[in-house]
Design a protein around this ligand. Sequence first.
Ligand code: C2E
Ligand code: CA
Ligand code: CA
Length: 567
Amino acid sequence: MNVLLVDDDEVDRERVKRILKRSQPSIQITEASTVDKGIEAYNSNAFDIVLLDYKMPRRDGIEMLKELRCLPKDGSVAIVMMSTSEDEQLALECLRFGAQDFVPKSDITKARLSRAIAHAHTRFELEKELWQSYKKVKQLAESDSLTGLANRYLFDETLKSSIQTNERAHHKIALVLFDIDNFKFVNDTFGHNVGDALLQRTVTRVKSCMRGNELFYRLGGDEFGIIIPTIDEIKYVHSIVNRIKNIFVKPFEIEGVKVTSSVSIGIAIHPDNGNTAQELYKQADIAMYRAKKQGKNLICFFEHDMQEQFSKRYLIEQQLRESIIDKSFFLVYQPILYANQYELAGVEALLRWEYKSNIRAPDTFISVAEDTNLIREIGKWVIQEAFKKIAEWHGLSNLQPELSLNLSPKQLVDEQLVDFIQAELIHYDLDPRHIQFELTETAFLDNSPEIAANIHKISDLGCKIALDDFGTGFSSISHLRNFPIDTVKIDKSILPKDNSNEKEIALMNGLCMMIKALKLNIVAEGVETEYHKQLCHSFNVDKLQGFYFSKPISPKEITSNYFTKGT
Ligand code: C2E
Ligand code: CA
Ligand code: CA
């Protein structure tokens, strides 16, 4: 037996040791004279029993008892408390905090101590068994035995408590209900075994596309519920429900049978669609019913506006997926001019999408492309296409205008991005100093280490980094110091309309002075008028971009406007 003896009194320790050795010569005893040393010993060894003195200087035995009962390996050791006092109250308190027995020191004899240890062991084993059966009953009550998911009872409880918490936090909660469209048919045709397996496999697939904070329940039969607490934007829900719907595209192979399946999904949002758990459930159920009625294999939001927003984005996603990148997308280029002599300093490549003869601007599709990660492929094409053009223009004259490219945060998490850029620079024989990547503040605010590493790597390649749309977000100056930024692009909304608003003018002046103080270049975007041009000039802006000089134009027009005059 391995014993940990914690007592500050050396004489008492010797006595207990002597008694223990007499009753069990092979016993191993580790001694500790303080609570801290006791805890240290407890953590580094496996003991069968802890004998713990109540009264010790600084921290007493009850403190140690409480601490041991909170440690992860709690549950493995019985504890006997010892004290010089015979106080009943103290004895009870020790038992309440998790000791199995209490022995007054005056009572310690060979027989009494052996009995206490044996009692403590037995009591401890009983407590353990009791705890385990409690846990089992609780699990049975809360989980579904076929799929292992939490059940209806826990779903109701969690939904109620999430709503209560949310009333203070003011986030949104999404309740997603779905059921398997042809479940009855599968059960009737292939038998219950196949039906059960379909439920289990459905759960496995759905789990594989869930993230950490989504809670998944089987509500009964073939109906499932997912609670997504704390969402900031509805479009986050779009991507989850799309993922769920898409995992049914591939048929299931069950006991040699190919089972094709799909789900109808209904969604309601707290607090928008209901204030109580009951209400929210009802609305999500109505939405799911609608999905079924409208032809199954569909996603329905309870609220009309949300449905419309979802359908719109869903349609764009389908159309983006249909589009072949180098046939449907093209780039236009907007000149960027030096502010002192209005000569071409560079061009910004801007993406356009042609779908069924309609040309679409990026704000109609970039965010969908980002959410579906399609932006990675499109973004790679943008880099190749723009590199090809700028290499062509560099070959046409001594003018070596810079190329500016927009990068979204979703591209920056791509591990292959930097290698791809480097390979394309080599392929088109470009000097990296002529390439600038524009990032908005969201990229710098994202705390992911991959993004930060990629920003530094791009800068290490020799390319420049610009902070785009400055003045629209938090406009935190910490990124300006912590990242290798060369240029700040002041957003068009910062440019005052005319000289009637002194505050706006002072704000722009202040921003420019701050950026200059950090020794960074400034590009003003959205220069639309002579007044804008003059104002930028007076605030020492380095470069200008805007409709006053040129709208984004085709590469052909760039060539004819800037590269055919023998410059
Ligand atoms: P941005 O990077 O801020 O690009 C400048 C936007 O301002 C362009 O809109 C441009 O047409 C517009 N603009 C330029 N001068 C003026 C002006 O004087 N007045 C006004 N009112 N607007 C002006 P566009 O082409 O619609 O692009 C919108 C946004 O889409 C871009 O904003 C950029 O964030 C994003 N974007 C465009 N191309 C790409 C791309 O290839 N990849 C990524 N990730 N994003 C892109
Ligand atoms: Ca830009
Ligand atoms: Ca911009």
